[in-house]
Ligand binder design. Structure first.
Ligand code: 13P
Length: 255
């Protein structure tokens, strides 16, 4: 099975970073048979990065979108605008948006439908806080986020319909990673949810792990059952570490 390595650059990157993306694009070709590589830069870099990476094995995505197609929404970007800029996917419901912008699962659901309307692959993020895990509520929290963030009907699109990313909030940017058993247990829960919800198509929706994925832990994480790749923050900013993770993905895909 193919693995996915998707870089989330968050609020990082200026014009000079396009060179780094070009290096990622050049190196991604070596793994393109078994790894889908993507970078989601800030909106300001999207169009230029898409142009720079055109024809390469690296695609680009957005980090958020508004649910509406256009209108009086100062500061927002629509899914159609992301497509216009060259995006093929969009990250939705990242925990930083749920926290910084009080984004609800209901809003994430509307944005997921907007992504489909525009022809983008939504990458829907879920994950528990440390307090929720300590209270033994991790699986219930993720289950509720999935129930409320995902629309009931999966459309049949040309490209990937949907990607889900499990990102435990306490593992993001901390260097802390759940045990392999905990990742396996949560990814199985997500898979069961997707199958119960969507039937056969739910079996192939990629489920990515995110949270302190690095070159040295990527291969072992991506070998876990129901882990179809990684959503990578800090380690995706440099070509060396992005490509090392892509290489680990190829190992996991072929192993
Ligand atoms: P880090 O890889 O920096 O922990 O970030 C993960 C993340 O939030 C990706 O969306």
């Amino acid at each position: 099975m193919v693995k996915w390595v998707i870089g989330n650059w968050k609020m990082n990157g200026l014009s000079g970073s396009l060179e780094e993306a070009a290096k990622i694009a050049e190196g991604a070709g070596a793994h393109s048979a078994s790894v889908v590589s993507m970078v989601c830069p800030p909106a300001t870099l999207l169009a230029r990065m898409a142009e720079k990476c055109a024809g390469s094995a690296l695609s680009v995505g957005g980090q958020d979108c508004h649910a509406a197609e256009a209108g009086a929404h100062t500061g927002d970007v629509s899914a159609e605008m992301l497509v216009d800029a060259g995006a093929v996917a969009v990250i939705l419901g990242h925990s930083e948006r749920r926290t910084d912008h009080a984004e609800t699962s209901g809003q994430v659901k509307a944005k997921t439908e907007a992504a489909w309307r525009a022809g983008l692959t939504p990458i829907v993020c879920v994950g528990e806080t440390e307090a929720e895990r300590d209270a033994g509520k991790a699986e219930a929290v993720v289950e509720a986020q999935l129930a409320e963030s995902l629309p009931d009907i999966l459309p049949a699109q040309q490209r990937e319909d949907l990607i889900v990313a499990y990102e435990p909030v306490w593992a993001i940017g901390t260097g802390r990673v759940p045990t392999e058993a905990d990742i396996a247990a949560m990814h199985l829960k997500v898979r069961q949810h997707l199958e119960a919800r969507y039937g056969q198509p739910g079996r192939t929706v990629p489920i990515l792990y995110g949270g302190s994925m690095k070159p040295d832990n990527a291969a072992s994480i991506m070998k876990i059952a129901n882990v179809d790749g990684g959503l990578v923050g800090g380690a995706s900013l440099k070509a060396d570490s992005f490509l090392a993770i892509a290489s680990a993905g190829a190992t996991a895909a072929n192993g």
